[in-house]
Every structure is written in C-alpha cells, then in structure tokens.
Ligand binder design. Structure first.
Ligand code: FPP
Length: 244
C-alpha cells in the first residue's frame, strides 16, 4: 500500500452557511437548522483534531445578524448560552483552547461571563485553538484595532494593526471555507484572509462532515501559494507534511 502525502492547512476558517435552508427543506423552524449547525460544529472540531489542524475559526454570529427576526436572534443567543454550559467541559477534556472573538459590549452579562469562564478554563490547552467569532465583523475588527492604536498614540503600520486585531493570537488562516453554495466573504476575516485560499462547498452547514472537509483539504493541497512571489521563488511546502 502506498502512503499518500498531503498538506494539511494549519488554520482553517469557516463561514457556516445554510442552516436556515437545511431547516426549510425539512419544514422545520430556522432554529432547528442552527441546532443541527451546532452538531456539525462539534463534528468539525473532532475532525480537525484528527487531521492535525491547529486552529479552527468559525463565524457563528455576525455584526449584521442582529437584523434577523427577533425570535431567531434570541434563539441563537440561547443556543450559545446552552453550548457554553454543555459543550465547554468536553471541549476542555479534548484539549481545545476556546477563544471568543468579537464585540462583547452589547452581549448579555451571562454570555460575557460564560465567554470569560470558558476562556480561562481552556487557556492552557494546545490541541486545537477554536476561535468562535460571535458579534464579529471584519470591518469592526479593523476599526477597533485602528481606534485602539490611535487612542494609545501609536503609529498605524501593517504590523501594529495586525497585533491589535482580534485574531492576533493565531497566524492568518491558510484556508477559508464557505458552505451553503454562496460565494461571498460577508464581512468575515477581511484583514486576515489577504493570502488565504478560498474553498466554496455546496453542502449546507448541517450536512458538512468528513467527506466535505477532506474534499476541502485535498483541494487546498493542490494549490500553489505564492504570496505575491513567482512560482519559481517559492518552496513546495506551505503547510505541514503529514501522511493521509
Ligand atoms: C448561517 O446560516 C448561520 C448562522 C447565522 C449561525 C451559525 C450558527 C451555528 C452554526 C450554530 C452554532 C454556533 C453557536 C456557537 C451558537 P443561515 O441561517 O444564514 O442559513 P441560510 O443561508 O440557509 O438561511
């Protein structure tokens, strides 16, 4: 048997789109799709650990999602609150370091405390960093970083801005996946995805599993990442070599 070598992206970021359509196809309320979306996220965390991915960043609630119907917004908040209670202990046991990325000021005290507790509990874990972007927008991130530097009287440079961004604790994503057959960035990681590879999956997020993740990783492995250089200048490996 021959062993096939593949390049696994160190950092995968995902726009988890299609929960509403998944539910609609089944004549279920949209929230049922989000609940199934949470299951898919759980599954994806396991798969990423198995495949040697070091950082997973997911878009769970955008700055613009407040404009959704009130019952959907409160349903998502309740789902998050429930997940903080139910999911954090097992994620901790698996060595996942949780980070919540986004504006916290207009979230409830319960959610803010839940974020702080989950982050404190899992801070020492290094199996996988799971960044949950919640009340997040790429434009918000750039503005908050620039405003902070201005307030501190610091010059705004590419490196100072990068260091002030909400994802400064991890390298930029190698691969950005969007599910749900949409091909937009929707205000996700605008700054950090400058040199990311993009992969669009037609699967609705609740249906996203091993087959779909492996297809995305296999597609990534075929890409030549040049970071603005010529093909001849770059070394052949831009990620970790592992056997698959
Ligand atoms: C986009 O699908 C999905 C969201 C706005 C929410 C994502 C949330 C989860 C996956 C649940 C788990 C997250 C936490 C931590 C609570 P959509 O509703 O826009 O789908 P549609 O395009 O089919 O309508």
């Amino acid at each position: 048997m021959t062993t096939k070598m593949t390049v696994v992206p160190s950092h995968i970021a995902i726009v988890m789109d299609g929960n509403g359509r998944w539910a609609k196809k089944r004549f279920m309320p949209r929230l049922a799709g989000h609940k199934q979306g949470l299951e898919a996220l759980r599954r994806c965390v396991h798969l990423c650990i198995e495949r040697g991915v070091r950082v997973l960043t997911v878009f769970a609630f955008s700055s613009e999602n407040w404009n959704r119907p009130e019952d959907e917004v409160s349903g998502l908040m309740n789902l998050l609150a429930g997940a903080l209670t139910k999911e954090v202990p097992s994620l901790h046991a698996e060595g996942v370091q949780l980070r919540f990325v986004g504006e916290r000021a207009n979230l409830s005290e319960k959610v803010r405390n839940g974020f702080a507790q989950a982050e404190a509990l899992t801070a020492g874990n290094d199996c996988l960093v799971l960044n949950i972007c919640f009340n997040y927008g790429g434009r918000w991130d750039i503005v908050q970083a620039a405003a902070r530097l201005a307030q501190e009287g610091k010059p705004i440079t590419e490196s100072s801005l990068s260091a002030a961004m909400a994802l400064a604790h991890v390298p930029d994503p190698d691969l950005v996946i969007r599910t749900g057959a949409e091909t937009r960035i929707s205000n996700f990681l605008l700054w950090q995805s400058a040199y990311s590879e993009f992969y669009f999956s037609s699967a609705l997020w609740p249906d996203f599993g091993a087959e779909q993740l492996d297809a995305a990783i296999a597609d990534f492995a075929q890409r030549e990442r040049r970071f603005g250089k010529t093909s001849e200048q770059i070394t052949p490996t831009s990620g970790e070599q592992v056997s698959a």
